[in-house]
Design a protein around this ligand. Structure first.
Ligand SMILES: C[S@@+](CC[C@H](N)C(=O)[O-])C[C@H]1O[C@@H](n2cnc3c(N)ncnc32)[C@H](O)[C@@H]1O
Length: 143
């Protein structure tokens, strides 16, 4: 354990001393831009640490996982990951963003949503009825 930590220390030092500015980097790949979330890491940040400090198959823990940027990067690097967060929206986003999906079933679901939206938007009365049937009073007031 001590030997492993000694080995990790210079690698950690090298990342911290390196360039950790990712302003011009693309963060829109994989599921990273699926939904807005405050204080998201740029994906390149956790990836730098994962690449330098883990071997494929190592487990990555993010105890403040936010919307799952670190978890997605761990997944892409071949590391199983565990995330925890106090915010239920963060947990939902983490689950959705790290769930492997079949593209054909996603396409079919998207098509059903578009068809339902088209039906609901046929007339203002149909739209009002669809909203009334589907949402509670608080949601309708928000709309
Ligand atoms: C900067 S974001 C995390 C970004 C994330 N690690 C990523 O990969 O993008 C900070 C997160 O910490 C969470 N948080 C704050 N206090 C917490 C606590 N006591 N326990 C668990 N999560 C907490 C917040 O809900 C927020 O989602």
């Amino acid at each position: 354990m001590a030997a492993m930590q000694a080995d990790l220390r210079p690698r950690l030092r090298a990342i911290i001393d390196g360039d950790l500015c990712f302003h011009d980097a693309d963060s829109g790949y994989a599921t990273h831009n699926f939904h807005a979330f405050p204080a998201k890491f740029p994906p390149q940040l956790p990836r730098a640490f994962i690449d330098a400090l883990t071997r494929p198959g190592d487990r990555v823990l993010d105890p403040m996982a936010g919307s799952g940027t670190t978890l997605v990067e761990a997944y892409l690097a071949g590391c199983p990951a565990v995330g925890v967060d106090i915010d239920p929206l963060a947990l939902l986003l983490c689950r959705v963003k790290t769930q492997p999906r079949d593209l054909e079933s996603l396409r079919a679901t998207g098509e059903r949503i578009v068809q339902a939206a088209r039906r609901a938007l046929r007339t203002p009365a149909a739209l009002a009825e669809a909203i009334r049937a589907r949402y509670d009073e608080q949601s309708r007031a928000f709309f």
